[in-house]
Write a protein that binds this ligand. Structure first.
Ligand SMILES: [Fe+2]
Ligand SMILES: [Fe+2]
Length: 167
């Protein structure tokens, strides 16, 4: 599916395309998270990221269920947006020597990922509802709730301890 071909003709096609985009994104996130976990110094941050990594693995399976409900094969399509977020995180984090500052940076990077996911799943749910794909909605909503909870947990860690430690 190229940028300048007209493979996306309907909202249904667009839904499938965005599903493929998220399938790719979640898998890239699973690849990137172990390094983030290793780089974190705060045990609470390590735990939060580890927990969300396990959730992310479940989210991939949930996307596979959504593909199945569409009668489509689960496959990813390159998502330059998530690649950009992850690449920038790697670049910035590799420049930081101070452990506490690095923890703050890791939270910022992780929250960029969560916000991207929140926007994408929000859109997928809206389109699924509009297209009458009611069987897909609970699966997508479960993942959206996990992304929001992960984001809120990171905000809590940053505001309660980690940013102050870094300041
Ligand atoms: Fe996710
Ligand atoms: Fe996430």
């Amino acid at each position: 599916m190229g940028l300048f071909t007209r493979d996306i003709e309907s909202l249904d096609d667009l839904f499938l395309h965005q599903l493929q985009d998220m399938y790719y994104a979640e898998k890239q996130i699973i690849k990137a998270m172990p390094t983030m976990i290793d780089s974190a110094s705060s045990e609470a941050l390590k735990d939060a990221l580890q927990t969300h990594l396990r959730e992310t693995e479940q989210q991939v399976q949930r996307l596979e269920q959504v593909f199945q409900l569409q009668g489509a094969q689960a496959q990813g399509v390159e998502c330059p947006a998530i690649d950009g977020i992850i690449d920038e995180a790697k670049d910035v984090n590799s420049e930081i020597a101070d452990k506490s500052v690095l923890d703050s940076a890791l939270i910022a990077s992780a929250q960029s990922v969560e916000h991207y996911e929140i926007s994408r799943y929000g859109t997928l749910i809206a389109w699924a509802q509009c297209l009458g794909k009611t069987d897909c909605v609970p699966l997508l909503r479960k993942t959206l709730e996990e992304e929001k909870a992960a984001d809120a947990k990171l905000t809590g860690l940053a505001e309660q301890t980690i940013n102050r430690r870094a300041a």
